[in-house]
Structures are given as C-alpha cells and as structure tokens.
Design a protein. Structure first.
Lengths: 286, 263
C-alpha cells in the first residue's frame, strides 16, 4: 500500500466549521493511474495536498510508504520525495535564472551530488521533450507557456517521485500541448512505473488514461471505481453537474432513442465499432 | 498561515456608526484625536473614555476586538509610564529605594500620557473597525480633493490605495500557493540561520514578484481598454451624501472637543 487515508477530515474554517474533506477512507496502490473529478470546491486539491503532507488533516491518519505523516516527527522529506505534486499552473513557480537551475532545485534540496543532479536534470528534461543542450542555459521566462509548464513538470520529475500528482495539468494548453502531455503521462506510467494521480475537468483525459476514477463532492468520495463503472452512473454524475465524455454521451443519447447499444465506451474507435455492430444487427433483422 | 492575516480590521455591521458618511467619520476622528492633546486634566480623559465606550456600544462592536487592537502598543504605553515614573521629577517623594525614586509628578504625567496614547488608539481603531477599507479610501480621496489645485493627484492616490487593498488577499493566496509548490520540491522555509532563511525565500519572492507585475500589467491593460482616466469627472457607484445624522455626529464631536479643551 503506497498511500492510505483513514477517516480523514479537514476543516479549513474553524469558526464556520466548513469541511473541505469529510471522513475520507482511501487506499492507493503502487502503479495505479487514478483520475479525480469533481466540480470546483469539492475538495480535490485539498485531498491531493494531503498525500504529500502539505496540509495536515484536522483528524484522521495518513500513511505514505508506511510513514504516518500525521505524526509530529514524521520524515516529511521522504514523503515529499516519494510523492511529487504538480500544482495548477506550475509555470508560476519558476524562479531561477536558467532552466537547468530551476529543474535542479528539487534534487539539490535533496542534497544529492553534482553528478547525480546533472543526470537527473538531463533525464527530466528529456522526459518532457526539451533538448538538454539547447535549453539548459536559457531563462525559463523566455519560453512559451507550454514550454514553461514542461520545465515546471520536469522540476518535479527530477525529484524521482514514485507517485506523481498533477492538478489540472492541461488547463490553458492548446490541443497539441494536451496530446503531448497525455503521451508523457502514459509513458511515465507504463515505462517508468510511476503511480499517477490526475485531477482534471476533461473527462476524455480521465477515461482514456486512468485505471480508477474517484468522484468527489462536498469533501466526500461519492464514486470510486474503474471508469466503466463510474461513468455508468449517468444520473448521479449529472446531479453533480459533471459531464460524461462526449463520445459516451452520444452513445447514451442513441440508447435514449431506442437503440440497443453499449454505453460503457470512451474512445472514438470503440464507439465506431459498436455503432457499426448495432447497425449491422438491425439490418439483419430487417 | 499567511491567509490568517486580516486586512484592516473592519467588522461588518449596519449600526448608526457604520452607516455614517466616511468623510464625517474621518473628520470626527481627526477632531477628537487633536483635542486629546488639548486635554489638561483627567476629567477630560474620563469624558472621552465614556464617549468612546458609548460609541463602541451603539456600533455593536465586541469590546474584546477593540481591546485586542491595543495589544501592539502595550509595550509603548508601559515604556512611557515607566520612563515617566522614574525620570520625571517634582512633587512629593512617594517611594525611594537606593537610586530609584518615584515622585508624584512622575506618576501623574506617566498615567496622563498613557491615557492619551490608549485613547488615541481607541478612537482611530473605532474608525477602522466601523469603516470598510473601500469607504475609507473614498473618504480620503474626497478630503484630499482641495489639494488637487496644488498638484496632488488625489484620485490616483485613492485608486492606488484601493487597488493595493484589493490585491493584498490575492497576493497572500498566491504566496501560499508558491510556498507549497516549492515545499513540494523540498524547499525549507523554516530552518537555518537568518541569512540562510533570507536566501531560502528567493524561490518564493521571485515568482511572487513576477506574478505581481504580470497582474499589474494585465490590470492596467484592462483598465485602459475600458478607457479609465483618473479624476476626469468620474461618477461613483456609491455617492456619499451628508445626512442629518452626519451633521449631528459632527456637532457632537466638536462640542466634546470644545468642552474638554476649555474645561
């Protein structure tokens, strides 16, 4: 068990006792790819900040890699190295004069040797698709928004986390940038065995990438399971004003019009196959 | 953490004191604190204290909140009292121990000064407790208006104050977010010696300044694209109007000032 939350409650306004998280139990295993959805203010961001102990819960306990992070003497350095967190608009935290130094900030904080830092910066920049020699001495502030974001993500990857959390990583990126990001996440998960936790409003991203989906509302986990199962609860999701992936929505509408079709499909290719199959079987009947 | 800091100390309410015209409130405060320096005996302070408590009562402010505002200057008050007690000479000797000597004049002046400082703070915090920052800047702009003739950019000053007030919480939030992001990369803001700590703040300050400049740029652009021009016959959403209650309030404070200064 990599991360485990037991009865975690977080109250952020003591006077009005507003609960950002309400009695959450959650287990996350090594090598999962988890998608977290929920409308604004449902507690997603608070939840993921619990994972690397940036926020401590009001009550309950959290275990990361066997360490109880709610204890006073917990080794937070190890926790934050284990769990990397990429915030919303991570490019806003760039600060060094060169891209190299910015990516090296994390590894240097880990007190690694010069060679190791060097190696990690190279690998991290390579992972996010920026050429080391070309970019290392440039200022991060002269890059395009998409490139800045990739530098910021490289800065977290250079910590070599076993869990990577990304909070709305595709917000504000163009379609091409989103595709690149998706490919990067896939690669990190498959080839580097990193556990990934992704917060996103784009259901397509969630369904195409994750092996488990967590739906949050008012600080509670309301749905938790594989995408197929979660997105079969159409009414419940609509009540939480969450959308289905577009392609799934189309299949649901076809079904409403009396078409005997599967609705647990999230990719265009699969949907095409399914529609052809259904049309074929109808023609046979006629 | 950072967001715990409240801006100003305005307590929302709709008592008669809250709804008074901000200009009148500012002028009243100035009158009252000026006359504090004209008071010659303790009766004057007693009257002012009574009046202050009365205003706190009718404005529905929690007394603890007003008293809390006195905390930061407590040291100054104590220092004043102690210095006066031991340094001011005159009157009969009340206490003597080796070179330490307390004389009645010192005790008198000490408490006199302390009462003055405490009342000074109590009246000014009454203003900030019952007037929202926005109303305050509006009031200040209006009072500074006559100075425009001699080239004081009153409306620009008030606009800058308003914007600064508006953006303090935003920047606080931003600072906390950046702090967290750098902590997630192993930054340490809490340990080390002074120099080390100052150095550790760089990863926080650089992004914070960059974002502040970016925001300022965007805001200036947004204002310009909506043709903002400071001071050029701008109309307001909330037009300040002097009502009967404002006149009454003004008369009361002038009367009080006259009474205590000639008493």
């Amino acid at each position: 068990m990599l991360i485990e939350l037991q009865n975690v409650t977080h109250i952020y306004d003591q006077e009005q006792s507003i609960k950002a998280l309400d009695d959450i139990d959650l287990k996350i295993d090594e090598h999962e790819f988890i998608g977290i959805v929920g409308h604004t203010g449902s507690g997603k961001t608070t939840l993921v900040q619990m994972f690397n102990s940036l926020i401590k819960p009001t009550s309950g306990s959290i275990y990361v890699d066997g360490i109880n992070t709610t204890e006073k003497k917990a080794d937070l350095k190890h926790v934050r190295q284990t769990v990397g967190l990429v915030f919303q608009y991570p490019e806003h935290q760039l600060f060094e004069e060169t891209i190299y130094d910015d990516v090296a900030f994390g590894p240097r904080n880990l007190k690694l040797g010069k060679e190791e830092v060097d190696k990690r910066v190279k690998v991290a920049l390579d992972l996010v698709g920026l050429d080391f020699e070309e970019f290392k001495d440039r200022s991060p502030f002269n890059l395009s928004g998409g490139q800045q974001r990739r530098v910021a993500i490289a800065g977290v990857l250079a910590m070599r986390p076993r869990v990577l959390i990304l909070d709305e990583p595709s917000a504000g990126l163009d379609p091409q940038g989103r595709e690149k990001l998706k490919a990067l996440l896939k690669r990190l998960h498959k080839s580097y065995n990193i556990t990934i936790i992704l917060i996103s409003h784009r259901m397509e991203e969630i369904t195409q990438l994750s092996s488990r989906v967590i739906v949050m509302d008012h600080g509670k986990i309301v749905l938790n399971g594989p995408p197929r199962e979660v997105f079969s609860h159409k009414e419940k999701l609509e009540k939480l004003s969450l959308e289905l992936p577009e392609i799934t929505e189309i299949l649901f509408r076809l079904r409403e019009r009396g078409c005997d079709i599967r609705t647990d499909i999230f990719t265009v290719e699969e949907a095409v196959d399914e529609i052809i199959k259904v049309i074929g079987s109808q023609e046979n009947v006629n | 953490m950072l967001t715990d800091i409240t801006i100003g100390q305005y307590v929302h309410g709709n008592s008669i004191v809250h709804i008074l015209d901000p200009r009148i409130k500012i002028i009243n405060t100035i009158i009252l604190i000026t006359s504090l320096f004209l008071i010659a005996n303790f009766w004057g302070f007693a009257i002012f204290l009574g009046f202050n408590l009365f205003v706190i009562y009718i404005s529905n402010l929690p007394l603890t909140k007003v008293l809390k505002g006195l905390k930061p200057i407590l040291f100054l008050v104590l220092l004043t009292v102690i210095l006066h007690i031991f340094m001011t000479r005159g009157g009969e000797v009340l206490f003597q121990w080796k070179f330490l000597r307390i004389e009645s004049e010192g005790l008198y002046t000490g408490t006199f000064m302390a009462s003055r400082i405490l009342l000074l703070i109590m009246f000014t915090s009454l203003l900030t407790l019952t007037t929202s920052p926005l109303q305050l800047t509006d009031g200040i702009e209006y009072i500074l208006k006559p100075l425009k003739r001699i080239g004081v950019p009153a409306s620009e000053i008030s606009m800058m104050m308003t914007i600064a007030l508006r953006f303090i919480p935003t920047l606080m939030e931003e600072a906390e977010k950046i702090m967290k992001a750098q902590k997630a990369r192993g930054a340490d803001f809490e340990s080390g010696n002074l120099i080390q700590r100052a150095k550790n703040l760089i990863p926080l300050l650089v992004p914070l300044f960059i974002s502040a400049f970016r925001r300022a740029d965007e805001l200036a652009l947004a204002m310009e694209s909506r043709c903002y021009q400071g001071g050029k016959k701008r109309t307001r959403l909330h037009i300040m109007q002097i009502k009967r209650r404002d006149v009454i309030a003004l008369i009361i404070s002038i009367a009080l000032a006259v009474v205590v200064s000639f008493y």
